[in-house]
Design a protein around this ligand. Structure first.
Ligand code: HEM
Length: 378
């Protein structure tokens, strides 16, 4: 698909697809403008979805699908509980979880990076943040998987199972809200229940939307950031050795992986008024696809954009978005990925090898990652 992005940037950077009556944007400047101007480019489903498709999932009632001023109020509320400071407190737990996961593979001499580390790490962290008890973790994983499922290829049975998992998750969280209201604990849900801006609390629906948003927005993306980073390192021999020799390069390498193989390929907006992008006039009420993954390979913004450069500087990638919806979980995702990569560098010695077999990409129009990622070391 990176070839398609390049072709579109060069030939039809602002492209209308009549089949789905939607616009696609491929250039950095255009994607940046759309993410930065929430007044013209709305995140509210009513601005781009026909009524029958609105409110399909709890995400629909989350802040991801709101515009200011309502968005600002909700984001301020949850930011009170989801602070960089709270994230920093998680550091020692994230390290412990990572150590435990690598303990299981170190002696074996091979692992599947996705199955053994990149998948279990973020879901365990978010389960702890939300206060999900150990005995419900397996169920929690199923709900989480189900909530990102439902791609175009799902069978009716699969869709049914996903709906059921969603219902179970709703029932579970509503019960937790009641318990925490009665007996607050030292966890995010209790903090959310107490959070108050101008005398207002979150409604149950808003709380649920946020918890599910954390699951959906935070798990698969972080899994793919870790996996895609290993892919980048594998495709660029010598990178692992450079990182091992100079750990200060690790944060920058993760930013470059976010740019090079962005876990989120695309996000959507709707036009609130008539506007012009490039030389195209776009009517009000139109759906836009802002291709982050294409913007992040735009030569006009990134010299040698198709090269992975460990120490690229500056690197104003759009992997976490931009503007009012800039990823709330970015500090957590960066910390988890940094700990995962550093601990792998510490504990998996010598050169790393990804076997030379085709890796199956995740089938999704919006997510970039691989399903399995075997790795061996010396
Ligand atoms: C928003 C990417 C990890 C929570 C976003 C957006 C992007 C993004 C692109 C903006 C979407 C838009 O403007 O339409 C990523 C990537 C991640 C990651 C690439 C991992 C590498 C996380 C984590 C969490 C999280 C770990 C929380 C646990 C959120 C939330 C929003 C968001 C709550 C909505 C913010 C708002 O609407 O104001 N993320 N994310 N994300 N992300 Fe992340």
């Amino acid at each position: 698909s990176y070839d398609w992005y390049r072709q579109m940037r060069e030939t039809q950077p602002v492209f209308f697809d009549p089949n789905i009556q939607a616009w696609h944007l491929f250039r950095y400047d255009d994607v940046l403008r759309v993410l930065s101007d929430h007044a013209t480019f709305s995140s509210d489903e009513s601005s781009f979805l026909p009524p029958e498709y609105r409110n399909a999932t709890p995400i629909s009632s989350s802040m991801l699908r709101m515009d200011p001023p309502r968005h600002r109020k909700l984001r301020n509320l949850v930011s009170l509980a989801f602070t960089p400071r709270m994230v920093a407190h998680m550091e020692s737990r994230i390290q412990e979880i990572t150590n435990g996961l690598l303990d299981q593979v170190q002696a074996v001499g091979e692992m599947d990076v996705i199955r053994d580390l990149a998948y279990p790490l973020p879901i365990t962290v978010i389960a702890e943040i939300l206060g999900v008890p150990a005995e419900r973790r397996e169920e929690f994983k199923q709900w989480s998987d189900a909530s990102v499922g439902g791609g175009e290829e799902s069978t009716p049975e699969e869709i049914q199972a996903i709906m059921q998992a969603m219902e179970n998750m709703k029932a579970y969280f509503n019960q937790v809200f009641e318990e925490r209201r009665a007996h607050p604990q030292n966890d995010l849900v209790s903090a959310l229940l107490q959070a108050e801006v101008g005398g207002e609390h979150l409604s149950n629906e808003e709380l649920l939307g946020f918890c599910v948003l954390l699951l959906v927005a935070g798990n698969e993306t972080t899994t793919n950031l870790i996996g895609n980073t290993i892919l980048c390192l594998d495709e660029h021999p010598g990178s692992v050795e450079r990182l091992r020799a100079n750990r200060e390069l690790v944060p920058g390498a993760l930013e470059e992986a976010l740019r090079y193989y962005s876990p989120i390929k695309v996000t959507i907006r709707g036009t609130t008024t008539e506007t012009t992008i490039g030389d195209q006039r776009i009517e009000a009420g139109k759906l836009l696809f802002a291709w982050i993954a294409s913007a992040d390979r735009d030569e006009a913004q990134f010299p040698n954009a198709s090269q992975f450069l460990l120490d690229r500087e500056p690197n104003r990638h759009l992997g976490f978005g931009r503007g009012v919806h800039f990823c709330l979980g970015a500090p957590l995702a960066r910390l988890e990925a940094k700990i995962a990569l550093n601990t792998m560098l510490d504990r998996l010695p010598g050169s790393w090898q990804v076997p030379d077999v085709p890796l199956s990409p995740i089938k999704s129009s919006s997510v970039f990652g691989v399903k399995q990622l075997p790795l061996t070391w010396e």
